[in-house]
Design a protein around this ligand. Structure first.
Ligand code: ARG
Length: 275
């Protein structure tokens, strides 16, 4: 698939298969241990996502990390680390159920020569779920999972300005459930994920903005990524899709319905290393 003419940001992406994915605990409103869930179906959806990424001629690598028995949600590989320009800032999970994942992620990344940094012991930071690079600034979400103080660790580690957002709704607990920067001049967001001040901040950005409805936000429309100039978004958000296509953006829809049962989508499955 050919990428559009806009300058395509360079990045690598890292994914880990859902081999041991299991609905073992409930740590967000999407997770219900009683929901019927098929790991086989999840694996098929994950394979289809990776295959779709591979079809794009993108300026970056796709790396796969090995699954680890017992680490049921390791497929949401980026939730304990933010990666930018060869540096990795490792965090801690708010819920003890996921904390054992961080060692596996750290070991994998340090073996790949990332320079490792840490937030202070006792500080919660859920990595790429809460952070994105946009116009050379770090957008950072806190309040439900990450601590506000992480802003300082981000600034010190990456030497970039940080714009922070307080997450207001338990269902939209990570920044990547409500905010999706597409390129320098276009941002997609769900206003219900934020309070009035942060909504005003987003409105003040000198770029085009697309608001997502609650219905499409609940389909994890904001939990999307751009890979090689192509927007990868979940099924179930036809309005957003229309808005993107109206702007001549190439869109690929992927079914991630099994992952929505965990409160995760395409973006959560795809750790980005901004280069
Ligand atoms: N069940 C996981 C949790 O609640 C899902 C994580 C989704 N990741 C994300 N980047 N939004 O922690």
């Amino acid at each position: 698939m050919a990428a559009p003419s806009r300058r395509v940001a360079r990045k690598d992406i890292l994914l880990c298969p859902p081999t041991y994915l299991e609905l073992k605990y409930e740590i967000n409103p999407w997770m219900k241990k009683t929901t019927p869930f098929s790991r086989e179906r999840a694996s098929e959806q994950w394979e289809a996502l990776v295959a779709a990424y591979r079809k794009v001629d993108a300026p970056g690598r796709i790396e796969l990390a090995p699954p680890v028995p017992g680490l049921t949600e390791l497929c949401f590989f980026g939730d304990s680390v933010f990666l930018c320009e060869g540096k990795a800032l490792f965090g801690h999970f708010r819920h003890k159920e996921r904390e054992p994942e961080r060692a596996a992620v750290k070991e994998f990344l340090l073996a790949r020569n990332f320079r490792g940094f840490e937030v202070k012991e006792g500080v919660f930071f859920e990595g790429a779920g809460e952070t994105m690079l946009w116009n050379d600034k770090i957008l950072f979400g806190f309040g439900k999972r990450s601590d506000e103080v992480v802003r300082h660790f981000l600034r010190q580690t990456f030497k970039k300005d940080v714009i922070d957002f307080e997450m207001e709704d338990a269902s939209f607990y990570h920044l990547d459930t409500s905010l999706f920067p597409i390129h320098e001049e276009l941002i997609v967001y769900y206003p219900g994920g934020f309070g009035p001040i942060d909504n005003a901040t987003i409105e003040s950005f000198e770029c085009e903005k697309i608001q997502v409805s609650e219905k499409e936000a609940r389909a994890f429309a904001c939990n999307s990524i751009v890979w090689g100039g192509v927007v990868f978004m979940p099924r179930g958000a036809p309005e957003l899709r229309k808005e993107l296509e109206r702007r001549s953006l190439a869109v690929v829809e992927v079914d991630v319905s099994e992952f929505l049962k965990f409160g995760g989508g395409i973006k959560c499955l795809t750790l980005q290393h901004y280069l």
